[in-house]
Design a protein around this ligand. Structure first.
Ligand SMILES: Nc1nc2c(ncn2[C@@H]2O[C@H](COP(=O)(O)OP(=O)(O)OP(=O)(O)O)[C@@H](O)[C@H]2O)c(=O)[nH]1
Ligand SMILES: [Mg+2]
Length: 299
């Protein structure tokens, strides 16, 4: 009988390459938020995948990028903090045919001789001609990676192969979490994230990067509904106006979509009350960032 394997697997890479989409796909459930806009993930979030033979503790991380403000620096710092205690590093790229200079720099900073680094080439559904082959060759020639696996997180292509490969590189050991734990975050955090995702998806320009969401309460009602009040926090009056929308149309749409995701995640019917408030310049204030964009897994 083979022994149980268990370990921490960090998912790192540039912003928007599909790290969180990959996690939701392997978990078979939407646990972390995703969007077409960069810098969606702000925290380290652990998603726990348990089978009879193994437990993989995946750590989702904010995308690595050149920060332009305090909030950006906070995100990159969060991602680097995730490196501590990892057993396996999974670096995610798109099929860009070459190793981009930014990835080259980042790989020098995140790889370490004492743990295997695997490469996921994601979005292969977008690859044309020889894009994939050239990408694989370019990364292979760096000599950094123990394995290179092409996938499409969005289409679900080759995910079993990715999981199998990760498992092979996990150390033997006991599980770190109970078998039925799937994510190490509070319901409040997960709910706030789902609401933030809808804001990101419905707004443009600076609003996605100026928005935080805080759940004020989340309580069961006698009629069985879960009663949630949450606050969407922005930096300016004009942003508040956009989020509310003409005759409150935007906030209604955000609320309807968020409620539907929250109901599937928590498996219960939800009454969702959304408010919008302003905290001027919070993305430039270290303490406000910690309060409004902190909340990920602690080491
Ligand atoms: N075509 C295609 N799109 C994908 C694939 N995987 C992810 N995407 C899209 O890529 C965009 C970014 O996905 P995310 O999962 O949010 O990316 P991320 O790396 O977590 O981004 P950050 O959290 O901002 O660092 C979304 O629009 C996804 O739908 C894929 O395999 N194929
Ligand atoms: Mg993400």
């Amino acid at each position: 009988m083979s022994s149980f394997r268990s370990g921490f697997v960090g998912i790192l890479g540039q912003t928007n390459v599909g790290k969180s989409t990959f996690l939701n796909a392997v978990m078979g459930q939407k646990l972390v938020i995703t969007s077409p806009k960069p810098q969606t993930t702000r925290n380290r979030v652990r998603c726990i995948y348990t089978t009879e033979e193994a437990q993989i503790v995946f750590v989702d991380t904010p995308g690595l990028h050149r920060p332009r403000n305090r909030l950006g620096r906070h995100l990159v710092r969060e991602a680097f903090r995730a490196l501590r205690g990892l057993d396996v590093l999974v670096y995610v790229v798109e099929p860009w045919r070459s190793v981009r200079s930014q990835d080259r720099l980042l790989l020098d900073q995140v790889t370490s001789a004492d743990r295997p680094t695997l490469l996921l080439v994601n979005k292969i559904d977008l690859a044309r001609g020889n894009d994939l082959e050239e990408t694989l060759l370019a990364y292979e020639s760096t000599g950094i990676f123990a394995e290179l696996i092409p996938i499409s997180a969005a289409k679900g292509t080759n995910l079993d192969e990715a999981l199998r490969t990760i498992l092979v590189h996990l150390p033997e050991g006991q599980p770190h979490f109970p078998a039925d734990t799937r994510v190490d975050q509070s319901d409040e955090f997960l709910v706030a994230e789902l609401i933030r995702e809808k804001v990101i998806r419905h707004t443009s320009q600076e609003i996605p990067y100026s928005t935080a969401v805080r759940v004020k309460w989340l309580t069961g009602r006698e009629d069985g509904l879960l009663d949630i009040q949450a606050e969407i926090i922005v930096e300016k009056d004009s942003q508040k106006g956009i989020i509310i929308g003409a005759r409150a149309s935007m906030i209604k749409e955000i609320g309807t979509e968020a409620r539907s995701d929250i109901e599937s995640l928590l498996g219960t019917r939800v009454f969702l009350d959304l408010r919008v408030s302003i905290q001027k310049g919070w993305t430039h204030d270290e303490r406000a960032i910690e309060r409004l964009a902190g909340g990920g897994s602690k080491p």
